[in-house]
Design a protein around this ligand. Structure first.
Ligand code: PEP
Ligand code: MG
Length: 744
């Protein structure tokens, strides 16, 4: 005996009943009860129940059940939800021969996307009552119910709400994450964006302050910003004092300050006056069609928050105005935000989203800020001011660490210091394999402060200077002269050695809001990098001129274009260099007359046409960070797909081998400058396929040199051969294992 077909049809056709129920029900319980009665009536099923899923306990909770007629009750309905009762050969949802009670039961999950919402359970005294037609009908209902029940769970408190998070209890705990930037840092926690900015929206803000207090607060704010700027100039000389210039301008804006003063004069307490005017501007800017103006909201918030903090009554706890000495916890950080944190001398960073190959990670290393990435969004709810110890070497985050652990770390830091800050091994300047092959180790440079380290570790030159960093720090495009002054320092740091300037690589996650580009759905596939500069030729030309002038005395100047996808783009970019050379000659300025012009290989599209490029460019550099991203279609900064981002993927390995072979066939110098080049398991592979130049963060140079001096080319070639004949990631990893002892 099975459910009558006509009833099933009615059921499917009358899903409208459900919406009527939703409208007419008094409350959620009423609605759920109505749903189970509706199903029971239509399908003539004696028992029907709805369970909702409780996130916090990972259990299904019975919320509504109907049992009719009473004599058909087979078991306590609340027991029927147990998955173990629901086994049937054809489908995991059918109960085999109705189990213990001799009837039958069927469970249909209610999901919304991949999230569990609840389940629908029906039971009958007759064995084999439910067939696939009933199953399909109930599935159709469960799909309709999912959205409504999701709200029911929220109302019933069964779903954890992110909007109103509980503060995480502070108890000693160690959380493991990905080590992203080495070193350790201990400090009080601060959630990014939650500090003084909170005053602007605080409805309970103390009503306090006279006009004199207001003027004193302005003075104090100016002094704080001035101190911040000085620290910034020390840590980020290429930025000089520009990060906070917008703040100064606003402080000097008569409209902004006078509006506040006017309100205070007419009797409004100073705190309230500042809050009102700040809110007014924030609202106005937020509604601007220009993304650049909208971005200015951050400056207004930061500045007004500071002003309010300085206006608070003396007994009011204001907390820190900036991230100095703090361990900042954030979801993600844009490169520009990270640079600002660096200027504020943040102690350490915990990112609860993002990936180790993202630009944020690269900058943290350049700024020497210990950083760990951990997929723990709940850390955002940690009480502000909790002691956190970030171990950027192991990836551990110690929340409220016990005294013994703190002592351990302090001892470690002391011993590091006594060994000197510099490299403790392999600090010679030549890099030669065991069997006598010279390997060139260039430095990747992002910030001027890294130049002394590059020199100290004996870098053979600069293989990649990422010119976009000064652009990311500023509120507008740096002029040719500003660029010239920065590039001159880069070029001068490596007398007699090659220095390769990579032209502006903005776009993607490296956004500069002042560029005022349109929002893009897929920025990594959009107006990024060379595409941006080719479109904005004036900006491109200014940069090329600045490079040519700044490195006039450098014999081995290289200019390298990023994200080249066709020979046509390469030719266009090279043409820009030529026209800059011609103009500089006409202007009779001092400039470099014959730079080497090369390109990055970051897109798989280049591989097929390499001979064409080889005929026209002076050198190649493989940017594996992007090459892997584009070859495997994996966003390099998306934590959700981080497991797919694998530079050891067999397709990547084979493509690299091919690239290096073609470059050798055409006698073109080739280097690798992606993060892969300092991975210990990859170094012998890279040498094995014929690479002889690696460009890496200067801090990794001693370790990479040390690794290389223990290798023989024979071993590297055999290793590379084994990896290249391997077709899966798992077997690549098996080869790593097999060679682990040899390359230890
Ligand atoms: C790369 O893509 O490998 C590279 C070195 O460039 P960036 O990391 O700056 O994108
Ligand atoms: Mg790149």
């Amino acid at each position: 005996m099975t459910a009558p077909r006509q009833n099933l049809l009615n059921m499917l056709c009358n899903l409208g009943d459900l919406s009527r129920l939703a409208i007419n029900s008094q409350n959620i319980e009423d609605f759920l009860q109505g749903v189970v009665s509706l199903i029971s009536d239509h399908l003539n099923i004696p028992v029907c129940s709805i369970y909702l899923y409780d996130d916090s306990t990972d259990e299904f909770v019975l919320r509504a059940t109907v049992v009719s007629p009473p004599d058909t009750v087979m078991a306590d309905a609340s027991d029927t939800g147990a998955e173990k009762d629901l086994r049937i050969p054809d489908s995991p949802y059918f109960s085999e021969a109705a189990d213990s009670f001799g009837g039958s039961s069927l469970t249909v999950p209610i999901n919304r996307g991949v999230d569990k919402i609840g389940k629908l359970v029906v039971q009958h005294t007759v064995p084999d009552f439910f067939d696939s037609a009933v199953f399909m009908a109930l599935n159709a209902i469960s799909a309709q119910l999912a959205a409504a029940l999701e709200s029911a769970r929220v109302v019933m408190g069964l779903q954890q709400l992110c909007e109103n998070p509980e503060t995480l209890p502070v108890s000693p705990v160690t959380i493991s994450g990905d080590p992203t930037s080495g070193g350790y840092a201990m400090g009080l926690s601060a959630v990014w964006g939650k500090s003084h900015v909170r005053f602007i929206t605080d409805p309970e803000l103390p009503e306090h302050g006279t006009l004199t207090d207001f003027h004193q607060a302005i003075q104090k704010t100016t002094e704080q910003l001035d101190a911040l700027q000085k620290r910034c100039a020390e840590r980020l000389p290429e930025n000089a004092s520009l990060i906070f210039s917008a703040h100064f301008m606003i402080l000097k804006d008569p409209e902004f300050v006078d509006r506040m003063a006017e309100k205070i004069r007419s009797g409004t307490p100073a705190t309230r006056a500042v809050q009102n005017v700040a809110q007014h501007y924030i609202h106005r800017f937020n509604n601007s069609p220009s993304s650049y103006i909208r971005e200015k909201v951050n400056d207004i918030e930061d500045l007004s928050g500071r002003l309010l903090g300085n206006l608070m009554p003396p007994d009011h706890d204001v907390g820190d105005m900036d991230s100095h000495g703090r361990v900042v916890i954030a979801h993600t950080l844009y490169p520009s935000e990270l640079l600002k944190l660096g200027a504020e001398s943040v102690a350490g960073i915990v990112l609860v989203d993002g990936c180790v190959t993202s630009h944020a990670a690269i900058i943290a290393r350049s700024l020497k800020i210990p950083m760990v990435m951990a997929k723990r969004p709940d850390l955002i709810n940690l009480e502000e001011g909790t002691v956190i110890l970030v171990d950027g070497d192991s990836g551990n985050i110690h929340v409220a660490p016990p005294a013994s652990l703190v002592d351990d770390f302090k001892a470690r830091a002391r011993s590091r210091q006594s060994c000197g800050e510099g490299p403790v091994f392999g600090s010679g300047t030549s890099t030669v394999t065991l069997d006598g092959t010279d390997i060139t180790l260039y430095a990747n440079i992002n910030l001027l402060t890294e130049l002394p380290l590059a020199e100290k570790v004996g870098a053979d030159g600069i293989g990649l200077y990422r010119t976009e960093f000064p652009f990311l720090m500023r509120p507008s495009f740096p002029s040719e002269t500003e660029q010239y002054l920065i590039y001159r320092q880069v070029s001068a740091s490596m007398t007699g050695k090659p220095v390769i300037f990579r032209t502006l690589d903005i776009g993607g996650e490296k956004t500069v809001t002042y560029a005022n580009t349109e929002a893009e759905a897929n920025p990594e596939l959009g107006l990024r990098s060379i595409r941006f500069t080719l479109k904005h030729r004036d900006i491109f030309e200014q940069q090329i001129r600045a490079i040519l002038r700044a490195a006039a005395d450098n014999e081995m100047l290289g200019i390298m274009f990023p994200l080249i996808s066709s020979i046509d783009d390469f030719r266009r970019a090279k043409q820009v260099v030529q026209s800059c050379l011609d103009r500089l000659q006409r202007e009779k300025l001092k400039y470099h007359h014959r730079p080497f012009v090369g390109m990055m290989i970051e897109l798989p599209a280049v591989v097929e046409t390499m001979p064409e490029y080889a005929a026209e460019c002076d050198f190649f550099s493989i940017g594996t960070n992007d090459f892997v991203q584009y070859m495997l279609a994996v966003d390099r900064s998306n934590k959700q797909v981080a497991d797919y981002y694998r530079h050891e993927h067999p397709s990547v390995l084979r493509a690299l081998s091919r690239i290096v072979r073609i470059a050798a066939d055409h006698d073109k110098p080739i280097c690798i400058c992606g993060e892969m080049a300092h991975d210990k398991a990859m170094i012998p592979f890279l040498l094995g396929i014929g690479l002889r130049r690696l460009s890496i963060d200067p801090q990794f140079i001693p370790a990479v040199r040390d690794t290389i001096t223990r290798l023989t080319l024979d071993d590297c070639q055999t290793y590379a051969q084994d990896l290249l004949t391997t077709g899966s990631i798992v077997s690549v990893q098996a080869v790593f294992q097999q060679y682990a002892t040899l390359f230890r």
